[in-house]
Design a protein around this ligand. Sequence first.
Ligand SMILES: CC(C)=CCC/C(C)=C/CC/C(C)=C/COP(=O)(O)OP(=O)(O)O
Ligand SMILES: [Zn+2]
Length: 382
Amino acid sequence: MSGSAIGTDSPAAEMAAATPTVTQKDQWMVESQVFHTYQHYSSLPSKAQAVLLELQRDKHMEFLTKGLRQLGPSFSVLDANRPWLCYWIIHSIALLGDSVHDNLEQSAVDFLNRCQDPEGGYGGGPGQASCFAILYVFYRIDICFLLPHLATTYAAVNTLTTLGGYRSLSSINRMHHGGEIDVRACYTAISVASALSILDDELVQNVGNYILSCQTYEGGIAGEPGSEAHGGYTFCGFATMLLINEANRLDLARLIDWVVFRQGVEGGFQGRTNKLVDGCYSFWQGNKVLKELLSLTRLPIVGREVEGGFRDKPGKNRDHYHTCYCLSGLSAAQYSYSEDADSPPLPRAVLGPYSNLLEPIHPLYNVVLERYYEAYEFFSRR
Ligand SMILES: CC(C)=CCC/C(C)=C/CC/C(C)=C/COP(=O)(O)OP(=O)(O)O
Ligand SMILES: [Zn+2]
């Protein structure tokens, strides 16, 4: 899909003509150069080097589909993160403009359905409560005992939105009671309620006051009142304030200052003061939500381009979380200059060849934009 976003009269044709042939050795040279850059805090790769940074879509797809298959034929691996793994992998695949095979899609929908609590919300997997987990492990009794949780509910709803279609969207029961208290919980609850068109005054009551109480003296937002400001929670807090139309209550000038100063000289963002940059903050901090900052956004090139997948920083192992958020941050940066989703980004907004262009995301929910529209249509009519 990404390729088709390039118009015939697009300046991408110019860029494509200028793109040199890239060997695997070039790829490694560029990556090791960036690694060197990262180690010594000097400068970003030059334009000539950047043009060699071609996204290895096939390798990323291989890594991602292998990850889904490793969950087992009915996603039976015992891991409380399975709804998150589904989201990180399936959203990454959608960002690459690809889709999962129909039988894997069916397994994902069935699995998430088994994680769903009859009262609403999703747990980390069927059989997550300890005594029932023992039954599950020893007797393979999939009794669907659930411990619904806001974070896994967000992951499940975003996965089902990304899969799209009647089978997937109609499997969501739009009810849930209770939950934990912090800024991530505010975001996951408000994001899910908004995406499913069930946001109401009762749910929104006091949420803005709570988030205001988490904005720190530095200007960023902490997970709880009195804690340190952090990029992940700053995204959650700010996105929530936008979703409930209360963003202007925050001290936006200090918030912007805080985010700008989180950008490292090597490109990319650190999550908090005096910490190292990490690829996932390219989404949490570099996202279009913080629009004023977009012209400053640069991505650390942390792809494991030969084997597929992305990682926190060079030297670390690849994982599905960082693959999801590096690709999400990359997409946000690529579309940062675009006025609307219908006009494809200019080549200068796409690091490397124009074929690196990913699908656009909805910056508040972090699902591919067209899947968000489909879900919006679906739920706003029910
Ligand atoms: C919706 C959703 C999933 C939200 C999650 C938001 C998020 C990423 C919160 C970050 C939590 C946190 C304090 C990480 C610090 O990890 P660290 O100390 O290992 O990292 P650091 O050195 O970069 O701070
Ligand atoms: Zn990270």
